[in-house]
Design a protein around this ligand. Structure first.
Ligand code: NDP
Length: 317
């Protein structure tokens, strides 16, 4: 079978491409810059790449750019979307590529009869950011949606970009024959295949790089390999549908630091929180749908350990 992965050089997508090749798929992979070895070398050296990986240049902001990429594919994994927080122009840098890019990819899929299913890499960003209180008693599940107004008010532009993109995707497929399944991961960490630093891996690196404080934030966390696997399960299981949260555990940064301290007692870890306020409350996230897909979760401690080892091996600290 032939499948397509958009944004193939990215952190999550690289693992997805690796696992797809391992499973015998032919992979048409879109990258923005096919001539940059930092974006392509780690993909080209994967097992099976020589025989079954095809890199194709495509940009989310170019109309029709993905026609050639999805052509002849049974499934499309749409992972490409900008993920960073510092931006001067959120509309142009985050929202347009996420929203217009997703519709651009879906339009290419809709006019390509071979494409039966699209697996969209959405995010917990599209689920959990709204005016509802989050406390240890609250269970966040796939019926939750983030509120664009809340995102604007709190200036969470990346969160807004993911919310608008997923919402538009569901609306787009309503009257189309293509099936859509969304994967909604939280903060994704673990080993890196690509040589560059992505935003969620930087969250771990920042803690082991001599920082004095850790952020007063609570996030869901998941292993990058589990998230990649969830995408494949969502494609291969005919009854997969709707959204799948893939959260191994919810933890405040202080707990991540504690884990790191146990694993690496000699690392110079931050000792205090960035502010004096009470720690942002934890909440629960449902694992039921993810488990129903057959997804097994790597314990966070193992993930964090392998993230640190990988960051070290790649020379980030
Ligand atoms: P990366 O930054 O590693 O990957 C993002 C990918 O998107 C890159 O391949 C990038 O291409 C591509 N991209 C960005 N803008 C464009 C554009 N205009 N045209 C074409 N491609 C573009 O991040 P992740 O692997 O972390 O993210 C992958 C997906 O997972 C995203 O949709 C993200 O929102 C989602 N996600 C990530 C989480 C995480 O914690 N990492 C959590 C939840 C969801 P290029 O290499 O050329 O820049």
């Amino acid at each position: 079978k032939t499948v397509c992965v958009t944004g193939a050089s990215g952190y999550i997508a690289s693992w997805l491409v690796k696992f797809l090749l391992q499973r015998g798929y032919t992979v048409k992979a879109s990258v923005r810059d096919t001539s940059d070895p930092k974006k392509t070398q780690h993909l080209l050296s994967l097992d099976g790449a020589k025989e079954r990986l095809h890199l194709i240049k495509a940009d989310l902001m170019e109309e029709g750019s993905f026609d050639a990429v999805v052509d002849g594919c049974d499934g499309v994994f749409h992972t490409a979307s900008p993920f960073y927080h510092a931006t001067k122009d959120p509309q142009a840098e985050l929202i347009d590529p996420a929203l217009k890019g997703t519709l651009n990819v879906l339009r290419s899929c809709a006019k390509t009869p071979s494409v039966k299913r699209v697996v969209l890499t959405s995010s917990i960003a599209s689920v959990a950011y709204n005016y509802k209180p989050k406390t240890p008693q609250v269970l966040v599940d796939e019926s939750w949606w983030s509120d664009p107004e809340f995102c604007v008010q709190t200036q969470k532009w990346y969160v807004l970009s993911k919310t608008l993109a997923e919402d538009a995707a569901w609306k787009f497929v309503k009257d189309k024959r293509i099936e859509l399944v969304a994967i909604n991961p939280p903060m994704v960490v673990g080993p890196l295949l690509q040589p560059t630093l992505n935003t969620s891996s930087a969250a771990v690196l920042n803690l082991i790089n001599g920082a004095e404080t850790y952020p007063n934030s609570t996030y869901g966390w998941a292993d990058v390999r589990d998230v990649a696997n969830a995408h494949i399960l969502a494609f291969e299981n005919p009854s997969a549908n709707g959204r799948y949260l893939t959260v191994e555990s919810v933890a405040h940064y202080s707990e991540i630091v504690k884990l790191l301290r146990q694993l690496y007692p000699t690392l110079p870890l931050p000792k205090k929180c960035a502010d004096d306020k009470p720690f942002v409350a934890k909440y629960q996230v449902s694992k039921e749908r993810a488990k129903s897909l057959g997804l097994e979760f790597t314990p966070l401690e193992q993930t964090i350990k392998e993230a640190v080892e990988s960051l070290k091996e790649k020379g980030f600290f």
